[in-house]
Every structure is written in C-alpha cells, then in structure tokens.
Write a protein that binds this ligand. Structure first.
Ligand SMILES: Nc1nc2c(ncn2[C@@H]2O[C@H](COP(=O)(O)OP(=O)(O)OP(=O)(O)O)[C@@H](O)[C@H]2O)c(=O)[nH]1
Length: 273
C-alpha cells in the first residue's frame, strides 16, 4: 500500500512546507484517535486482529508551518497489515522518522486483546478481554524507549470483613493496571504478564463459569482474603522477579461492593538489579 508521497500535485501550493516566524519548535505533532485494524503477534506464534486506537507524532522544527499529516496515515496503513510486537514498534518509528524527516517519533497503540481462559473445575474455555497499550519513543540513533501496559481484572475479598463478620465477607471485582519498561531488546508476551498479574488477587475472573466453578471461585477467594494493599504488594514482589523489568508502575482499584467509591493503591519503582 506504500504510495509516492512526493512529486505529485506540484501545481498545488504546499502550505505545510511554508516558513513560520514564531520561533516555536513543536515537540509532538501528528495524528490521534486513529482507529485501524492491527495485527498483534501472539505467544503461540500467530497473530490476533485487534481494533487499535493510535496516536503517532513527531517533532517539528520551528521554521516549518505544518507537518505532513497524510504521511502518518500512509505509515499506519502500511503497518496495519503486518503482525506487530516490540521489534515492529521500533520499525514503525524508524519509518516515521525517515518519512517525516523528523528527529524523534512517538507512538501509543491501545487495543483490546483476547486470551483464552479455562474454567477451574469444568474446564470450559472462554475468551477474556484485556486492555493493552504499546507506547514507544525513538530518537534518531538512540535505543527505543518502549513501555507496555495492561489492565487485568480480578476478584478481591476483604480480610477485615471476613475477620469481624459472623457470616460472609464483602468481595468485589477490581482491576490492576501495570506499565513496564524492560531492558533494551527484552520483551514479555501479553499472555505471560497477564498470567503473572491475575495470580495476585483473591481469585481470578473468568467469562464462563458453571456451578462447580462458581463454588470453587467463591471458596478460593474466601480462603485468600486481600486488601487492595495486599494485591498491590504481591504484584510488586512478582514484577521484581521478572529479570528483564527495569521500571514499573502499578495501580490497583477495588470497585467496593459496600461503598459507592473504590479502594485504590499505586506504586512506581525503578528496579535495583
Ligand atoms: N499540518 C497540518 N495538516 C493538516 C491539518 N489539518 C488537516 N491537515 C492535513 O493536510 C494534509 C495534506 O497535507 P500533506 O500531508 O502535506 O499532503 P501532501 O503535501 O499532499 O503530501 P506529501 O507529498 O506527503 O507532503 C491532509 O491529510 C489533511 O489531513 C493541520 O491542522 N495541520
């Protein structure tokens, strides 16, 4: 789909290329809220077709009036047909720097990714959706600065409620948001990070549960009560164990069933190796 970007319409004025006198270099200019089908590489060696929401930008020197917006869409349209993961993000950004004659390029790709879950007792299979984000920044001649983010749902059961109540304990669905940066060249599969994260709640969530599964998850959460702080701390310990992780940001949020507000905890860490 790559098209000629120059040499056409030489009789139409190129306003973008005209001079700007305000002396302001722009740090990020480009396109946002671009929705495109993208192919995301899977751990199994294939790819998943997702609906991606994309922001792609470059720097613009102070002397130019405007960037060439059409070229961002040319680039994204080309890449929407090739399976993408960490390495391809670097290639997309190199391509963007070259085609926009820029010094730096940045991309955010947000998408829903599906992973098959197996119900704990019945073994029924179903697909759970995870919100994911690839974010990359590249300057000419430098290493890719890549961040991977994922949101994973979980069940939590309150240890205080369990301790003080004659019956039951309040429990709820929560979410963990994790963003990680890894050593250059290292990459963790979405499937592996999701699995590591969802072990940290009182119990995992599943799209499809039969009665025997429902009994199992109810009792499992009851045997494994956790405050939002417990979930966060266990997640921090688990992320420190992933040897390629250099930096992470973690947020946990419990949509409390006894309040109309959430319990929230957050932590940012540069891992000391
Ligand atoms: N820079 C800039 N471009 C805009 C803006 N609004 C619309 N445009 C775009 O201007 C584009 C056309 O300009 P270019 O992308 O430079 O197109 P072109 O000159 O035909 O293409 P090239 O030969 O690749 O430079 C259209 O894609 C419009 O989307 C804006 O606010 N800023």
């Amino acid at each position: 789909m790559k098209q000629m970007t120059q040499g056409r319409n030489s009789n139409i004025k190129d306003v973008q290329n005209s001079w700007d006198e305000r002396g302001i270099a722009i740090q990020k200019v480009g396109v946002s809220d671009v929705h495109l089908p993208f192919l995301i590489k899977t751990k199994a060696g294939s790819f998943q077709s997702v609906l991606a929401k994309i922001k792609l930008t470059v720097d613009l020197p102070q002397e130019f009036k405007g960037t060439h917006m059409s070229r961002f869409i040319e680039i994204l349209s080309d890449w929407s047909q090739k399976p993408v993961s960490y390495r391809e993000i670097e290639n997309i950004l190199t391509d963007t720097i070259d085609r926009l004659h820029a010094k730096r390029a940045h991309i955010d790709i947000n998408f829903k990714y599906f992973i098959e879950k197996t119900a704990p007792v019945s073994g029924f299979k179903s697909m759970l959706d995870y919100d994911c984000m690839f974010s990359g920044s590249l300057a000419r001649g430098e290493h890719l600065d890549f961040m991977f983010g994922i949101i994973v749902p979980f069940t939590s059961l309150c240890p205080c409620s369990k301790e003080i109540s004659r019956y039951g304990a309040h429990n709820q669905r929560g979410i963990m948001r994790v963003k990680i940066k890894q050593q250059p060249g290292r990459f963790i599969w979405i499937e592996d990070l999701a699995e590591l994260m969802e072990c940290q709640g009182s119990c995992q969530v599943y799209p499809l549960l039969k009665r025997e599964d429902e009994k199992y998850v109810t009792e499992k959460a009851y045997e494994n009560p956790k405050f939002v702080e417990d979930v966060l701390r266990d997640l921090v310990l688990a992320l420190r164990q992933v040897d390629s992780v250099q930096w992470f940001e973690v947020e946990c949020e419990n949509y409390e069933s006894i309040h109309n507000h959430s319990a929230y905890a957050a932590h940012i860490e540069t891992v000391d190796r």
